[in-house]
Design a protein around this ligand. Structure first.
Ligand SMILES: [Zn+2]
Length: 112
């Protein structure tokens, strides 16, 4: 069975509480959600390059950090994407992560 949320409650900027169809209620903190952001650039930052195998190693480039950790972990906006995923916008403007419900369910199980 595909886990389906029947209610998603936003706890301010701190995270989400998801009520699932099977009756379980799982909190998900902003920290977990941001750390596990499924977008390509975050995956790359985490060193998960299973989808891209560059022929030559990338040159190390200058990193400019223009947002505080607090902004990064601050949940600004959430929205539904079709009936299968959730979009999240963060305090630092990052919004390319699409969280399929099955992924959210897995995260909730992992962080429980
Ligand atoms: Zn991301």
């Amino acid at each position: 069975m595909t886990p389906t949320p029947i209610e998603i409650k936003r706890n301010g900027s701190q995270g989400l509480t998801i009520t699932w169809q099977d009756g379980s209620i799982t909190p998900l903190s902003s920290e977990v959600l941001r750390r596990e952001c499924p977008c390509a650039s975050c995956k790359e930052q985490r060193g998960d390059n299973s989808h891209s195998k560059p022929l030559t190693p990338k040159k190390r480039s200058l990193t400019i950090i223009d947002s505080s950790l607090k902004e990064e972990l601050s949940l600004k906006e959430i929205w539904g994407i079709g009936s299968y995923a959730l979009g999240i916008k963060w305090g630092d403007g990052h919004d390319s992560g699409i969280y399929p419900f099955t992924y959210l369910y897995e995260l909730a199980q992992k962080s429980a």
